[in-house]
Design a protein. Structure first.
Length: 84
């Protein structure tokens, strides 16, 4: 079904079912507020960007963190997948 992803100052992102109006996964692991979240073009992964200076890649199916991308010295305001 259709899903949306939200990013919050509470440091979590959430993947929601549009049809059910329910949270399917809480993506937890950032140390500061989130500024951006998006799905990969195929919808199997999600990407978050945080004020903690990291981006994280998540499995959109399980909600597991697949990779943390660190290296910035300050907050991130956006991140994006390269389109196919």
């Amino acid at each position: 079904g259709k899903q949306v992803i939200t990013a919050s100052q509470d440091r979590d992102a959430k993947i929601w079912s549009v049809e059910l109006g329910e949270c399917l996964h809480t993506l937890r692991g950032h140390a500061d507020a989130l500024r951006a979240a998006e799905f990969s073009p195929e919808g199997k992964a999600a990407l978050t960007a945080s004020d903690d200076g990291t981006a994280k890649v998540w499995c959109a199916v399980t909600g597991d963190c697949l990779r943390t991308l660190a290296g910035h010295e300050d907050a991130l305001h956006s991140a994006a997948f390269l389109p196919h």
